[in-house]
Design a protein around this ligand. Structure first.
Ligand code: SF4
Length: 352
């Protein structure tokens, strides 16, 4: 127990003089801004999030402002941050808070978890940072620190419960929000994934990995699984007015709700380019571009063949709309689709 108290005391003392200055950190944290920043920071770096955070909070000053905004505006403002389910959940939660909670965020982990897109980590982070409640906040930075401090002998993915319990054991009753943020700063500034600065670390005397001269062995590395490749084809269809046929992806799933150039399903084996043609009447002339578009998602690589076609007048596919090439950048596109816009023969149309 003494060691655990020492850990929090040493870390908080370091935090008091070394904490990062971040736009969402203020003397009286605003739950809306804490929630917004935590949502943006999932899978995105602080450096990238800063600009988006300023943009969102300038445009939508309160959770109610965000709730009143059209979803398309939110998706458009989110462009470039990726993982668009976050943006859809952001909007959904803003509406829930505005309509069900009178515009005031709930202050317990349990209630926060009822909101869209708020899992265990985000609920704990908001409860501790915005409401100073004691909560066990565990993200990937914390997992790495704990794996080292306690020399956890399993890969992080197999030691989630153990790491949560160990984090619980060092989380103090007082200054819960500061403690959570001090762990984030330690992970970002000192106990980094590569080349941790152990000699400058405020808790090195309490760190098992450091004490054993074995820091590089922690966290224990899992056996690597190869990232698979999937294949598909997109149809770049233009009419005589230089308009392109676009459509909206289904609201759920990968890139849900964003616009796309129509695509086949993405399969484990290379797609016969002709498969894309099945989406079009056989009378339509097509051209298959030599240069495919490649993109890497978290769990797979994607190779997309581009099939170009020109049709007269009649909409060629069941759903979608014509849009002038020049107007394409005004829509919300994923990074993948921006690549398609570039290679699809229309660099003039690529979003900026
Ligand atoms: S001593 Fe090194 S490994 Fe241990 S917590 Fe500090 S920076 Fe991380």
């Amino acid at each position: 127990m003494t060691q655990q108290l020492n850990f929090a005391t040493a870390l908080l003392a370091w935090y008091d003089t070394h904490q990062r200055v971040l736009p969402w950190r203020t003397a009286s944290p605003d739950p809306y801004k804490v929630w917004l920043s935590e949502t943006m920071l999932q899978q995105t770096t602080v450096a990238t999030v800063k600009g988006y955070f300023e943009k969102f909070t300038t445009r939508w000053k309160t959770v109610k402002d965000l709730a009143d905004a059209p979803l398309d505006d939110v998706l458009h403002a989110w462009q470039g941050l990726g993982y668009y389910a976050r943006a859809r959940n952001l909007h959904k939660t803003a509406k829930m808070v505005a309509e069900q909670y009178g515009g005031v965020f709930p202050d317990t982990e349990e209630e926060l978890r009822k909101l869209a897109g708020i899992g265990a980590y985000t609920a704990a982070a908001i409860a501790s940072i915005a409401f100073n409640q004691r909560a066990v906040v565990v993200d990937s930075n914390v997992e790495r620190i704990i794996a080292r401090v306690f020399a956890v002998e399993k890969p992080v993915s197999q030691a989630k419960k153990q790491i949560w319990a160990l984090t619980d054991s060092i989380t103090p009753q007082q200054r819960a929000g500061d403690f959570a943020q001090s762990m984030m700063d330690l992970g970002s500034l000192i106990c980094t994934a590569r080349a941790p600065k152990c000699l400058m670390c405020p808790v090195n005397s309490l760190c098992a990995a450091f004490g054993q001269h074995a820091v590089e062995q922690y966290p224990v590395k899992p056996v690597k699984q190869p990232r698979p490749t999937r294949y598909g084809a997109v149809l770049w269809v233009e009419n005589e007015k230089q308009e392109v046929w676009i459509r909206k992806r289904p609201p759920t799933g990968l890139l849900g709700g964003l616009m796309e150039i129509p695509s086949t399903d993405w399969l484990a084996t290379p797609v016969e380019s002709n498969a894309a043609l099945g989406l079009l009447p056989s009378s339509v002339m097509t051209e298959i571009l030599n240069k495919p578009v490649t993109h890497t998602f978290t769990h797979f690589h994607l190779v997309l063949t581009i099939v170009k076609a020109t049709v007269a007048g009649v909409p060629p596919l069941e759903s979608g709309e014509w849009l002038a090439v020049e107007a394409l950048p005004q829509k919300a596109w994923s990074t993948l689709m921006k690549k398609v816009l570039g290679v699809g023969g229309c660099r003039r149309a690529s979003a900026h």
